[in-house]
Design a protein around this ligand. Structure first.
Ligand code: DAT
Ligand code: MG
Length: 137
């Protein structure tokens, strides 16, 4: 059964020219692109996207980071797309948790500047996709 997930190439990934690298990993796994857009992130969108982290010590820094430059937002589709992309991304902490061979394990060193976002459940994916792509059928 096919599902959808929201992927972001965050400002660090876009600035470092890693959009193609992320897309290659998504496509060669067999996942499909259902929508893709380069976007400047407003404070409003950022705070809705990261609502679950409101109140945490890193929350304001996270908002400042995600609004610091354009991101590439992608709706990725395929069997178990949510988990499959989380595996492609690697764990949140690129050094302690992300395996070599994952995007974060291969390209990142800092917890905040960890290149990509991927929805953590099908419920989060539905919420995030409607935020980032309100017109997507
Ligand atoms: P993930 O992006 O792996 O789903 P998350 O949802 O727990 O991780 O956190 C969202 C982002 O917030 C994460 O990609 C990087 C940042 N972040 C998480 N924990 C952090 C921490 N302890 N210090 C600084 N930034 C953190
Ligand atoms: Mg998360």
């Amino acid at each position: 059964m096919s599902e959808r997930t929201l992927v972001l190439v965050k400002p660090d990934g876009v600035a470092r020219g890693l959009v193609g690298e992320v897309l290659v990993r998504i496509e060669r796994r067999g996942l499909k692109l259902a929508a893709l857009e380069l976007k400047n992130v407003t404070e409003d969108l950022a705070s809705q996207h990261y609502a679950e982290h409101n109140g945490k010590p890193f929350y304001q820094s996270l908002l400042d980071f995600i609004t610091s430059g354009p991101v590439v937002a992608i709706v990725v589709e395929g069997p178990r797309a949510v988990s499959a992309f989380r595996q492609i991304a690697g764990g949140t902490d690129p050094v302690e948790k992300a395996a070599p061979g994952s995007v974060r394990g291969d390209f990142a060193l800092e917890v905040q500047e960890n290149i990509v976002h991927g929805s953590d459940s099908t419920e989060s994916a539905a919420r995030e996709i409607s935020l980032w792509f309100p017109d997507l059928p």
